[in-house]
Design a protein around this ligand. Structure first.
Ligand code: ZN
Ligand code: ZN
Length: 418
């Protein structure tokens, strides 16, 4: 079996790994959009035969999880190209597409199931459900020609599903030849080498504290697709005696996944429909989208009358509206629950200016979606692979300092996996 990483040996995002068995059958693991891609500017596909013209030797594309930097280039492929993704990830992207055309997912030929191997030609692929900020995320064990490659995809060990990581350490797949491991937090300057990240339950405590100290509404700006964070915010609302309010987009995505995720029908959860989403519903004529949540819908008037009774989890694009309708006032609190780097971008600066003008305090409560270096070390120790190859990192050259058996590869170059 041989491998070439098309993108990812020197950058975070845009991951794409091609695997070829003896005889020429091939697979792709992820086909992501680079994080630095400008909206609306097409990104060329990697030079993989079969992506644009028919090629029987390309057996399929296995997408590890529903983040754009892993599936973004797989959405407009010819129908002959078979794409595999988790069932809930597939439903999540389909649900999100109505609100955000960017979130449009690939057409799926089949679904991944935790620890259930499936075969594509000479390849046996076993997905391992992992803890990540993206929902329904998998690491992938790929076997062919007696060779075993374990691709971590994106993962962490401090989220709501941390038990999955501990289980992987307890029951690691044996005889791994190559561990292709993400290294988001392996930094050139080593700044994150010893950092231990806050867990989602620690964040929950901080949200509870914030609610206790705030007379007005607490408005958390986060990603509708980060369902771990939704669970954290919902639990914090319960503990604080506040009603959790999500927008229609968040409610729709949550309802598309599984019954255990907070969604309309849950005690103490209501739905606010921001103007932009009202317009979207009206233009589409899909009025059943709001009819379905009628019983739990909350309007701006009620939120503004008793703001201290509510904890909102909404996109930051609703900030100006919430200020305008007097839901978010100087007595309330805004919380940024995303990567703080976004606050330095143009939209982040606009948001901060808006909040300053409205005299609303801005707090930052967030934790990374990616494993700490400490947890990466634990994984390497447990799997004891013959070789470790860096991916999804800006500092692959630092892997040798941190882990045993590292062999750095370059984008676009084939190498033998065994
Ligand atoms: Zn990623
Ligand atoms: Zn991810």
């Amino acid at each position: 079996m041989r491998v070439r990483v098309h993108r990812g040996t020197e950058e975070i995002g845009g991951s794409c790994v091609e695997v070829e068995a003896v005889g020429g059958a091939r697979l792709l693991l992820d086909l992501g959009l680079p994080l630095d891609a400008d909206a609306g500017v097409p990104v060329p596909l990697p030079g993989v035969p079969g992506l644009t013209e028919p090629d029987d030797r390309l057996l399929g594309i296995v997408i590890s999880h529903p983040h754009l930097d892993h599936y973004g280039l797989a959405v407009d492929l010819p129908v002959e190209v078979r794409v595999f993704l988790g069932a809930e990830a597939d439903r999540l992207l389909q649900a999100a597409a109505f609100f955000s055309p960017l979130a449009r997912g690939p057409r799926c030929a089949g679904h991944l199931m935790d620890r259930t191997p499936f075969e594509l030609g000479p390849f046996t692929i076993t997905p391992y459900l992992v803890d990540h900020s993206g929902f329904d995320a998998y690491s992938l064990l790929v076997e062919a020609d007696g060779c075993r490659l374990f691709y971590t995809g994106d993962f962490r060990a401090h989220g709501r599903k941390a038990a999955l990581f501990e289980r992987l350490l307890r029951e690691p797949p044996p005889d791994i030849d190559v561990l292709l491991m993400e290294g988001t937090h392996v930094r050139a300057d080593g700044a994150h080498d010893e950092v231990v990240f806050e867990t989602e339950s620690m964040l929950e405590d901080r949200f509870v504290e914030a609610c206790g100290q705030t007379a007005g509404a607490v408005v958390v700006f986060g990603s509708a697709q980060n369902l771990d964070r939704l669970v954290t915010v919902y639990r914090a609302a319960k503990r604080s005696g506040r009603t959790c309010v999500v927008d229609l987009y968040g409610a729709t995505v949550a309802s598309a996944t599984r019954p255990s995720i907070p969604q309309p029908g849950f005690d103490g959860l209501r739905v606010y429909v921001p103007q932009r989403q009202r317009v979207r519903v009206r233009e589409s004529g899909e009025f059943d989208r709001v009819a379905r949540i009628r019983d739990v819908r909350v309007f701006a008037e009620e939120l503004a009358q008793t703001p201290g009774r509510f904890l909102l989890y909404v996109p930051s694009s609703t900030a100006a509206e919430l200020v305008r309708v007097n839901v978010l006032t100087g007595r309330g609190l805004a919380v940024w629950s995303l990567w703080d780097g976004y606050l330095d971008e143009a939209s982040g600066v606009r948001l901060r200016d808006l909040l300053v003008a409205a005299e609303v305090e801005l707090d930052h409560i967030h934790t990374s979606g990616h494993a700490s270096v400490v947890d990466l070390r634990r994984l390497v120790t447990a799997l004891a692979p013959r070789r470790v190859v860096p991916i999804h990192t800006e500092a692959g050259d630092r892997f040798t300092e941190l882990f045993a058996g590292v062999e750095q590869q370059s984008d676009g170059v084939w190498w033998e996996a065994a």
